[in-house]
Design a protein around this ligand. Structure first.
Ligand code: FES
Length: 83
C-alpha cells in the first residue's frame, strides 16, 4: 500500500492563473531539494469548486485557501512534518 502523504494543487483555470502556475514549480523544487519525492505524492487536480477562495492547495485532508507563491515555502515548512 502506498503510504505517501498527498499534496494536491488545483490546476483549474482560476487558481492556475492566480498563482498556482508558479506554486506548482515551487512545490516541485521544494520536494526535490529536500529529497521528499519518495514521501509525498504531489499532483494536480481539476477545480475544487472553491474558486472564490483560491488559489487552493490540499495537503493531506486539509485545504488551504488563498495560497500565494511567496508564502508557499513557509506553508510547506510548517505543514509537512519533515524534520
Ligand atoms: S479553479 Fe481552483 S477551485 Fe476552481
Amino acid at each position: 500500500m502506498d503510504d505517501k502523504q498527498e499534496i494536491v494543487i488545483c490546476l483549474g483555470s482560476s487558481c492556475f492563473s492566480r498563482g498556482n502556475r508558479l506554486c506548482m514549480g515551487i512545490i516541485e523544487k521544494f520536494l526535490k531539494d529536500n529529497h521528499l519525492e519518495e514521501r509525498f505524492f504531489f499532483h494536480g487536480s481539476r477545480c475544487f469548486d472553491k474558486c472564490d477562495k483560491g488559489p487552493i492547495l490540499k495537503i493531506g485532508d486539509k485545504i488551504y485557501e488563498g495560497v500565494k507563491p511567496e508564502d508557499i515555502v513557509d506553508l510547506l515548512n510548517r505543514t509537512l512534518n519533515i524534520t
